[in-house]
Design a binder for this molecule. Sequence first.
Ligand code: SF4
Length: 365
Amino acid sequence: MIYQLPAYLRNIQKIVMDADVQNTALARRVRDRLPDLEQEVLRAGEALVPDQEQAFLYLKHYKGRFLRFCPGTKHYRCCGYRIIHIGENCPLACSYCILKAYFQDRVLKVWANQDDLWRELDEKFQGSPKRQFRVGTGEFTDSLALEPITGYSRDLLAFLGNYPNCCLELKSKVVDLSWMDAVKRPDRVLPAWSLNSPEVVDAEERGVAALEERLAAARDCVRSGFRVCLHFDPIIMYPAWEEGYSEIIEMLFDYLRPADIAYLSLGSFRGMPELFDFIARQWPEAGYIYQEYVPGLDGKMRLLRPLRVKQFRFIVKRLRQGGLDRQLYFCMESDAVWRAVLGITPKELGGLDTHLLKQAFGIED
Ligand code: SF4
């Protein structure tokens, strides 16, 4: 079969593999889908030396833990999400991407020793059958950006179909629904898209699907029996931000009904100082980094709290007018911001992790 690669994947020039994963099903599939690319197999113990001139896809034998807690922060309200770690870095290029400050190199890495992944997940999910897990792959990479060449989400969904105590969120800015027919229980899968104002998408996101395409894909998922999640993160302050965010919120309700949405997160742009330095060097026209930021308790720079509250109140008011309420939550905000904007704290919701677990599994409060 000839695979039509999306434009954002066409600059990959070479596949590099660790020797002991070169014959895994995943590595064979990637080689089949990218038959014209140069291939290199690293000998046991040989490390990849990234060449900044060349775009690699590195199929790696990952030796760490696959299932982890999201790197939230103890100073702000964290949502208790678990990450299934399937790789690192992203072929898309959003100026604000926090991964640029997380990882030292830009090499696209995919953990190709899936048997180890299956073993670890089975131990965890089978070992605690009464416990419910809300998991996702979209923290250290985009969940679906590499799907056309790896089929990783499809594999994961086929595997997780045996674990009804697990609900997987696939968070993305591209449209790839090729995983859908591998799903056994649509009520245990949450396709998710990040949204932003049209101006932010145009100026700051590269390689991504248009907002209309993301929302149309979300609607297709709903029509196929899924509920979806949405993320307004990072919300960015720029001169006409109110108009821009009003526009995307109106658009969102053209495509989806409130009951279609399991949850929707809101987060104002934030990051470690290194991220701001990186953006200033790489994307000098990104004026939003020169707003009024102050270091938070976790060392990340955030907009001054009154400005964040102003952003959130504006957006939440419109989302509530559209019929959303219990689905709304903040990513890493303080109780003071929760109270000022939503009029409630996570504790009053029964704890944010419990609340979102119920939203994910469709359990009535
Ligand atoms: S889609 Fe997400 S992970 Fe990829 S570059 Fe944009 S912000 Fe980063």
